[in-house]
Design a protein around this ligand. Structure first.
Ligand code: UDP
Ligand code: MN
Length: 325
């Protein structure tokens, strides 16, 4: 039994979303690049969990069948998005009014916020030491995922989510009102200058155990408070005012976004930085330069985009191609 559980911790639990291929054929090639990039550099077995829909699943199966002929994921598990969406209803109704561009069909919004409820989707008996990594499929893995997995070892008890910094001035823009009235704030400043530029959700380390136990997090996502003692409580004394709801958060920071879970992580980290574990930018090297070309931000863009060191994960966000090898 014991050796079995140790062995379980040795596998990396990797999650991704692959849906709506019928509306976006490029996605199929992105998924192929993503899934083929993982194993050659990994020093640990990987369980790949693919959240998908009926139209997209056959494509994923085709790509993965090819990989399973040679390098092999330890296991591949498919999850049907419509079944998972049901469990996220409450969370989505809290988040989408503030962080969704067109709060639309229930199903597409659930996808947008899925990472925030993964601790309810994954059963605790099957959660690989209470940990999971979630990645966008528009990424190309250049480093060893096992090394990213070991980043969990340096999580402090209060840290629930590990994300890399946002490498564009998008939150400089979104926090404009707050920044005008707080001229000395780090919020919206570049990471290369020790600022807090917000985070990017292309790569997320999820401390599932911590998410389940945290009273503070339960309050934010509208869950019943867990029985376990909240380790975060020590930070702020009982009775002292602290922000525990999305409504209060968006009000305090005059925040209106449209980037889904990433907006919430960014805002949560602005108010409760002890919850976030900021990953080195090399684990989510975003490539989108849209904000650099946009009037008003061209002059500051490079300060945000800067990321030094050996790149472990390229993120081809806003459909940006990967650099040639
Ligand atoms: N995604 C999907 N189907 C879609 C659009 C997005 O499955 O039609 C998933 C996919 O995993 C993708 C992630 O949602 O990587 C986030 O979208 P995207 O990477 O295109 O956003 P960006 O990083 O450019 O902001
Ligand atoms: Mn992406």
């Amino acid at each position: 039994k014991v050796t079995e559980s140790i062995k379980k911790n040795e596998e990396v639990s990797l999650w991704c979303i692959f849906t709506k291929v019928d509306k976006n054929t490029n996605l199929k090639y992105k998924f192929e690049t993503f899934s083929k990039s993982i194993l050659p550099k990994s020093s640990k077995p990987i369980i790949l969990n693919v959240i998908t829909d009926n139209a997209s699943r056959p494509y994923a199966e085709e790509v993965l069948a090819d990989i399973q002929k040679k390098e092999k994921f330890h296991n591949v598990v498919f999850h049907d998005v419509s079944q998972l969406a049901e469990k996220l209803k409450q969370l989505v109704s809290i988040m989408s009014p503030h962080f969704s561009s067109r709060p639309g069909t229930y199903y597409s919004d659930a996808l947008f916020f899925l990472s925030l409820g993964l601790h309810h989707i994954i059963s605790p008996i099957d959660d690989h030491g209470g940990k999971a990594i979630m990645m966008d499929i528009d990424v190309k893995v250049m480093g060893d995922i096992a090394e990213l997995w070991s980043e969990f070892d340096s999580f402090k008890p209060t840290e629930l989510f590990g994300l890399g910094p946002e490498l564009s001035p998008v939150y400089r823009h979104v926090f404009h009102t707050f920044r005008s009235s707080h001229p000395d704030t780090r919020i919206g400043e570049p990471i290369s200058e020790q600022g807090y530029p917000g985070v990017n959700s292309g790569v997320i380390l999820l401390n599932l155990d911590g998410m389940r136990k945290s009273k503070l997090y339960a309050q934010f996502i509208g869950d019943n408070p867990p029985q376990a003692e909240d380790e975060l409580r020590s930070k702020v004394e009982e009775g002292q005012d602290r922000i525990v709801s999305v409504e209060e958060l968006v009000k305090k920071y005059s925040f209106r976004g449209h980037l889904g879970d990433q907006d919430f992580y960014t805002l949560l980290g602005a108010e409760h930085p002890e919850i976030l574990h900021i990953l080195p930018c090399t684990w989510n090297r975003q490539l989108c330069t849209w904000w650099g070309d946009k009037a008003g931000y061209g002059d500051v863009f490079d300060r945000y985009f800067k990321c030094e060191g050996k790149i472990k994960v390229y993120h081809g966000n806003c459909n940006t191609p990967f650099p040639e090898e």
